[in-house]
Structures are given as C-alpha cells and as structure tokens.
Design a protein around this ligand. Structure first.
Ligand SMILES: [Zn+2]
Length: 245
C-alpha cells in the first residue's frame, strides 16, 4: 500500500513544500523581516492556507484568510516563546559549525508538533526557527532517548539551520524537507545512515543531520570520543560544514 502511494504522495509533498518556500521568499522580500518572531510566519501560513481553500469566494475569502492569519498570529504571539542561542548553546554550535553568521539568525521556540518531535523551519522574517517544544525549549541541551548526549539534539536541529542557510532557495529546501517527512510518515527509514561512512551528497536532509549529531556525540568513533577527528565521518562532515563559512 505504502509502496503504491509513495510516488504520488512525495510528488505532492515536493510541490507543496516548494510553494510554501516561494511564499516565504516573497514575504521576506515584502517586508516581513520588520515583523520579527514566529507569529508572523504562522499567521502568513494560516492565512495562505485558508485563502487556498476560499479564494473562489472572492472578497469574503480574502477577509476570511486575513482573519484566520491574524487569529493564528495572535495565538502564537500569546503562547509561544522564542529566543536566540545563549552563550553555552552558541559555544557548542561554534565547535561544530565554526563562528558562522547564520547562527545569529537562529531562534529557539517552544512550538511543538503532535508527537513532540523537534523541527526546524525558515521564518518569513528571515530567522530560522528551531522548534523544540515546551520541554526542549526549557532545556535545549538536555539529552533524551533518541539524542542522549548533552547538546546532541540542538546540533541535529542546527544542521537543518545550516541546510536552510546553504540551500539554493527556501523552495528547494522545503521541497526536499517535505519529501523526506512524507517518506518518514510512510515508514521509510529516512534517518538511517548504516555503519559505513556517509557520502554527504547522497544523504537526505535527515541523514546529514544524523551523521553530524552522531559524530558530535561520539557515536561514530571507535573510542566514543565526541567530535572524534578520526571518527567514521569526521573528514566528510568537516569538509561539508566548513564550506562557505
Ligand atoms: Zn532532523
């Protein structure tokens, strides 16, 4: 069943992700950077989705979508917290990625999705939001079941921020990201990197992030050393991440 729907579902996801990317790029050019914070992005996306369903109503549809966007933005502004990296988080980030400009654009938020999984998203305001959920936002460096090392999940999400900063466009990033997420929902093991050294260009977005967070945590090292220079993917990762710094 999954096999039959996968090609159609991934094609739809890629188009959808690309469209959201085009919308966010247009918003960045249209002055959304003057509305910093996650609320403007959520409001924009909520409004655009309602408009996509109601545009045939003409002015009523436009009013409905503006109302939906405003309500969503107000709800987010009221409930969601966000902040830049603090100095400890930034110190970890600099160890992995170098002292890169794009780290200044990173914002952590308490936004979460249904299963509590963290996710990264480019904002209409030019920031990159790492959405960690309420618990993750309160203690972003804490280990959890899937990312046991201190700072490991932050490093994983920062790889996505790096991908956003280095993607040819937001549309290209979100198209690829939507494709990977839908495959994940359909049961593909999109995070799996196996035992052999990774080939960076052949990795999907999650495999790149997984390779880096495992290397960071010492899970790709014969001696369990964190960021082991002799680790399985050390040369590949440092070559990839230090590009365009
Ligand atoms: Zn990820």
């Amino acid at each position: 069943m999954a096999r039959a729907v996968t090609p159609v579902a991934t094609r739809v996801a890629r188009v959808y992700g690309g469209a959201v990317g085009v919308l966010l790029t247009a918003a960045r050019r249209a002055g959304f950077p003057r509305l910093p914070g996650p609320a403007s992005t959520i409001g924009l996306l909520a409004g655009a989705h309602v408009l996509a369903l109601t545009f045939w109503l003409g002015p009523i549809g436009v009013v409905a979508s503006a109302a939906a966007g405003s309500i969503a933005a107000a709800a987010i502004a009221w409930r969601v917290r966000s902040r830049p990296l603090d100095r400890y988080e930034r110190a970890i980030a600099v160890q992995v990625f170098g002292d890169a400009d794009w780290l200044d654009d990173v914002r952590l938020t308490s936004i979460s999705v249904q299963n509590g999984r963290a996710f990264a998203f480019p904002g209409a305001d030019g920031h990159t939001y790492l959405n960690l959920g309420r618990k993750g936002f309160a203690a972003p460096l804490d280990g959890n079941r899937l990312y046991p090392a201190i700072g490991q999940i932050l490093v994983h999400e920062l790889v996505h921020a790096w991908q956003i900063a280095h993607a040819p466009s937001l549309a290209a990033f979100l198209s690829h990201a939507a494709d990977v997420q839908i495959r994940n929902e359909l049961g593909d093991q999109v995070y799996r990197i196996g035992e052999d050294p990774v080939v960076w260009a052949d990795c999907n977005l999650e495999q790149q992030a997984t390779a880096v967070d495992r290397w960071y945590a010492g899970r790709r090292s014969a001696t369990n050393r964190q960021m082991d220079p002799d680790g399985t993917d050390a040369a590949t990762i440092t070559a990839a991440l230090h590009r365009n710094l």
